[in-house]
Design a binder for this molecule. Structure first.
Ligand code: NAD
Length: 110
């Protein structure tokens, strides 16, 4: 399966990416590195595509989603920067299918 891991350069991301690669998945990570690090993915040279960008930036999402139509997306972002500081988005990660219509809409806006 092709999996897009948002926040995949974070603490849990390293373990999630490792588990996905170990089971043979193709992995792309979308992370702005605000609280993560490329070092967390250093043990997977050439096996993970890292797109550095914000999940709220449509261009970054489209870039990261390229080649990932009909795949799963694993969300590992628990808090996000906002003008007032950080806002909490969720207390646990979630996994869901990528919505193809959503991807197409983002593509059309490019
Ligand atoms: N670490 C734990 O023990 C634990 C336990 C239970 C639940 N969780 C939940 O799991 C999730 C991940 O936890 P973690 O410890 O790996 O956190 P983390 O901060 O290490 O990882 C989150 C990643 O998201 C990235 N990120 C943040 N905002 C972003 C944005 N706007 N665009 C792109 N990337 C962005 C950060 O750079 C970071 O790499 C969170 O939702 C957390 O609440 C964690």
């Amino acid at each position: 399966m092709r999996v897009l891991v948002t926040g995949g350069a974070g603490f849990l991301g390293r373990w999630a990416v490792k588990a996905l690669l170990d089971r043979g998945d193709e992995v792309t990570v979308l992370d702005d590195l605000s609280n993560g690090s490329e070092a967390n993915l250093a043990e997977f040279p050439g096996r993970v595509r890292l797109v550095r960008g914000d999940v709220t930036d449509p261009a970054a999402v489209v870039d990261a989603s390229r080649c990932h139509i009909d795949t799963a997306r694993l969300e590992l972002i628990g808090r996000m920067r906002s003008p007032g500081g950080y806002i909490r988005t969720r207390d646990a990660f979630e996994i869901r299918r990528l919505d193809f219509a959503e991807w197409q809409a983002a593509q059309a806006k490019r």
